[in-house]
Design a protein around this ligand. Structure first.
Ligand SMILES: Nc1ncnc2c1ncn2[C@@H]1O[C@H](COP(=O)(O)OP(=O)(O)O)[C@@H](O)[C@H]1O
Ligand SMILES: [Mg+2]
Length: 433
């Protein structure tokens, strides 16, 4: 995965975490508000029932207890007579018992306009009582002017918050777990990436190291096979040919692993130029012709594309075509009978490699382009390979803005088709093609 993709994933996950955090805070706030509203409602209902009971007692003319200081004026005396503060207080205590928050409360009877208190136990909490939402009109007890009974609970917000504490703790716990798990995953991912980089570096170095002896062997065996060397007897010549052929095979495999390492790193450079597709196909045919002839088969080439000069990377396109041709030969049963053809469709060129091999089932057709995938044959793999060729083909052809497709029927054969734009406009090496 590229560095940018990782950064985007981390950014998205962090955003999601912050989002969850904000939503969590929002819901906690809502839950608090809901609790406060519920509490408000029950207090207001209780206050109303207190006033109703006071009204009932008034009509029954119950006891008339009130406390008035010696200097209290006539009006205050009238008010106190009407509202009976001692009874009011005991009724409120009676009604509020059982509600945790309401154990401690202060109250007052006041005139909302002037803010003057006539009764109650306010201590230094007059302001809070005036501002409190828990209030009820006393007009049914004292009609001359508007008086309100207000109650204030000093521990209200603290207790409401305490009720949410378990949820807050749980939320924080889950959030921390999520952050830790996420960080650990990123740590593991980076470690894994480092390891895979080390691994591909190693494979890369090793295959590079193998290339020198391979080309030396190739050169030496070619010298031995040179027809002008008539000092070799038939047997030695046969062995020299064997060394040459096997070495050729090894070279192909090393090349494939190297191509792979380059793909993995994602560091391959495309060198766009005007390329003759027909010439590339001839190059590949030349490479395999001897082998096919020796197997009694043939490679036919139908050049139907009028526009066969295209803008692409020569080396990679040749590798792609050779890979397809190699597969067509490798997987053919008996004589390889192969048809390569080109044609133009609109602004594209289509190169197809058709064989009369064993064919590929539909379910396998979906998988053959995956890295390391080879169609399972039990333990018997008569045809050697790493399962990298078609992965290379697909990845590379997509980098060249093209497409690869397969049409195949088991028992009849397979056709691999690649489609590339003829006039690709790319900005490469400062030049526009
Ligand atoms: N022309 C073909 N005919 C039948 N099977 C094929 C053909 N080309 C590819 N395959 C199947 O697809 C698999 C993947 O191919 P490839 O990626 O080139 O790997 P490799 O050739 O190293 O096994 C092969 O193992 C083979 O089973
Ligand atoms: Mg292959």
């Amino acid at each position: 995965m590229k560095k940018r993709t990782i950064a985007v994933i981390i950014a998205l996950a962090s955003m999601a975490l912050v989002g969850i955090l904000i939503i969590q805070v929002y819901w906690m706030h809502n839950a608090y508000k809901l609790q406060a509203e519920l509490f408000d409602n029950s207090v207001n209902v209780t206050l109303k029932s207190v006033v109703n009971r006071m009204f009932d007692e008034k009509s029954m003319n119950a006891d008339n207890m009130y406390v008035c200081s010696p200097d209290c004026d006539h009006r205050t005396k009238q008010i106190l007579e009407a509202i009976k503060p001692i009874r009011l207080d005991s009724l409120m205590r009676e009604e509020f018992t059982g509600m945790e928050i309401t154990k401690e409360f202060t109250w007052g009877v006041f005139d909302p306009e002037s803010g003057i208190f006539y009764a109650g136990e306010q201590g230094d909490l007059k302001k809070e009582i005036l501002k409190s939402g828990h209030r009820v009109s006393l007009s049914c007890l004292y009609r001359t002017e508007q008086l309100l009974l207000g109650v204030y609970f000093p521990k209200e917000s603290k207790i409401l918050l305490l009720r949410l504490v378990p949820w807050i703790i749980l939320s924080i716990f889950f959030l921390i777990t999520l952050v830790l798990a996420f960080s650990y995953m990123i740590f593991l991912f980076k470690k894994q990436k480092k390891l895979s980089e080390l691994k591909s570096d190693f494979v890369n170095n090793m295959t590079h190291e193998l290339k020198t002896p391979i080309s030396t062997i190739s050169l030496a065996s070619e010298m031995l096979l040179n027809p002008s060397n008539n000092f070799l007897d038939e047997k030695t010549r046969k062995y020299a040919k064997m060394i040459f052929d096997e070495n050729q095979r090894m070279q192909q495999q090393v090349d494939q692993v190297l191509q792979m390492a380059v793909l993995e790193e994602g560091s391959f450079k495309l060198d766009f130029a005007n390329v003759d597709v027909h010439k590339l196909i001839y190059n590949c045919i030349n490479r395999f012709e001897l082998l096919v002839n020796s197997l009694g088969g043939y490679i036919r080439f139908d050049k139907n594309a009028a526009e066969h000069f295209i803008t692409t990377d020569q080396v990679h396109l040749q590798n792609i075509i050779c890979n397809l041709l190699d597969n067509a030969i490798k997987y053919s049963v008996g004589k390889p009978e192969i048809l390569i053809s080109t044609k133009n469709i609109e602004d594209d060129i289509i190169i197809s490699v058709k064989d009369k091999g064993p064919g590929i089932s539909l379910s396998d057709q979906k998988l053959i382009f995956d890295k390391l995938y080879r169609i399972p044959k039990g333990n018997l793999h008569d045809v050697k390979g790493f399962g990298l060729g078609l992965y290379y083909v697909k990845t590379m052809i997509e980098s060249l803005r093209g497409e690869v497709r397969v049409h195949s029927e088991p028992g009849i054969g397979s056709t691999f088709e690649i489609q590339l734009p003829v006039n690709l406009i790319v900005q490469a090496n400062g030049k526009q093609y």
